[in-house]
Design a binder for this molecule. Structure first.
Ligand SMILES: Cc1cc2nc3c(=O)[nH]c(=O)nc-3n(C[C@H](O)[C@H](O)[C@H](O)COP(=O)(O)OP(=O)(O)OC[C@H]3O[C@@H](n4cnc5c(N)ncnc54)[C@H](O)[C@@H]3O)c2cc1C
Length: 391
């Protein structure tokens, strides 16, 4: 089989890539190793309404809940409330990703991309040492798909980058190890996403509760890999459930990882581009990656449509993509990485002091940068190191 572009992975990054490239006239194959796109879900499903609306028309079929804002709770229980769409990229809609991911893939298909499920990329085809497509497996059968460009949208466990010689390995301190329960409990507040901070609750991370309507919520935990062994997230999440939702019924459970490494050195190689979690483009503070994955996918798909017909798929030509994402989403990722590196080492006393310092200040309408500005103003000695990030 031959085509212009192979996209590996049909998550938000892959489908946006495939859609943008197919719309611009490329012959695209998007392959997904799972038999059902979007299932099982490994996500708390929170996104900013405003950011999402810039990328895709919201559809009630894939929105579980709309929330009013976020509550952030310090280790001693003190709370601050931030209004909708101001708490980073995690507040606004709580999606139903099983439906959302499939809807995005459907849009890619409608734009003309060929979608292949239960098709796992096994490696890159090469011609004279240069990537020239993908070797894949479809229900036990080996397939060779020749293409001048391969886009790796294969998520946190990405292999495409490694196959192309791109360094994507994550150190334990650069990944949040997560566990999540889908919980039914009458005590769930359907209007707010909740974040719980504290080194006993979630070392180097946080616990979240994202409502999905009808007293359901994704209740999950992310812990910095360097501060936990593999069983720790589930153990701590169960402790949290006992303390906060003792009557909660667990309907689903999952574990997963989120890259919080900040921008990696390179996301292109000859004949290969990486997008989304494969390119480590998630937000290092919140762990949110859906919006950045979609933005990067859209950029990569358009750039592919421009360069492939001209035969310009060498690493140098593909640097256009590298420069474009670093100039846009990359700037936020770099800043938030520096902030995260600082915050993960704070003690519970420090965290309490930060939240207390906001007492009497209306933070509801602040975005993350605004909140940081206020925190630095209120805690000049402690947050001196962050000053340069907010000017
Ligand atoms: C516990 C948890 C909670 C999260 N909560 C949020 C949140 O609330 N908000 C938010 O914005 N982000 C959240 N994220 C992050 C978010 O899920 C990711 O950033 C997002 O899914 C990235 O999209 P992607 O398309 O890059 O990768 P993915 O969505 O992971 O898609 C990659 C796809 O590639 C496929 N694939 C992998 N290897 C192959 C192969 N060899 N061949 C074919 N297909 C392959 C996979 O099956 C998968 O479908 C969370 C992550 C976790 C783990």
């Amino acid at each position: 089989m031959k085509c212009d572009l192979v996209v590996v992975g049909a998550g938000p990054a892959g489908s946006m890539t495939a859609k943008a490239a197919a719309e611009a006239g490329l012959d695209v194959v998007m392959m997904e190793k799972r038999q059902e796109i979007g299932d099982p879900v490994r996500c708390a499903e929170g996104v900013s309404k405003a950011a999402l609306k810039k990328l895709v028309e919201p559809d009630p079929s894939w929105i579980s809940a709309e929330v009013k804002g976020a509550r952030i709770r310090a280790p001693d229980g003190t709370e601050i409330v931030i209004s909708e769409d101001r708490a980073g990229a995690e507040v606004g809609y709580v999606l139903e990703r099983k439906v959302f991911d499939r809807a995005l893939a459907q849009e890619a298909a409608e734009a003309g991309a060929k979608v292949m499920v239960k098709t796992r990329a096994l490696g890159l085809l090469t011609e004279k040492g240069v990537p020239a497509g993908v070797v894949a497996q479809f229900v036990g059968e080996e397939l060779k798909i020749e293409a001048p460009l391969v886009i790796g949208a294969d998520g946190v466990e990405s292999k495409v980058g490694r196959w192309a010689g791109i360094e994507t390995a994550l150190k334990p301190k650069d990944v949040e190890t997560c566990a999540q329960f889908l919980v039914q409990d009458e005590r769930i507040d359907d209007d707010y996403c909740e974040f719980y901070l504290g080194n006993d609750i979630a070392p180097g991370g946080y616990v979240w509760s994202f409502p999905k309507g009808r007293a359901l919520a994704n209740v999950g935990i992310g812990i910095l890999g360097s501060k936990a062994d593999s069983g720790t997230p589930i153990r701590l999440l169960r402790d949290f459930m006992k303390a906060n939702f003792p009557e909660g019924k667990v309907l689903e459970m999952m574990v997963g990882g989120v890259p919080v490494s900040g921008p990696i050195e390179r996301t292109v190689a000859d004949g290969v581009i990486l997008v989304g979690d494969a390119a480590r483009q998630s937000d290092p503070i919140t762990g949110g990656g859906i919006i950045n994955a979609m933005k990067a996918g859209k950029m990569a798909g358009k750039i592919a449509a421009d360069l492939v017909p001209r035969g310009e798929v060498d690493k140098r030509s593909l640097m256009v993509y590298e420069e474009m994402w670093r100039e846009t989403i990359g700037k936020h990722i770099s800043r938030n990485f520096a902030v995260k590196e600082f915050f993960v080492d704070l003690t519970d006393d420090d965290l309490n002091r930060m939240i207390h310092s906001l007492d009497g200040i209306d933070v509801a309408e602040l975005d993350l940068k605004g909140l940081l500005k206020v925190l630095v103003r209120q805690n000049p000695k402690h947050l001196l190191k962050l000053r340069h990030l907010i000017v």
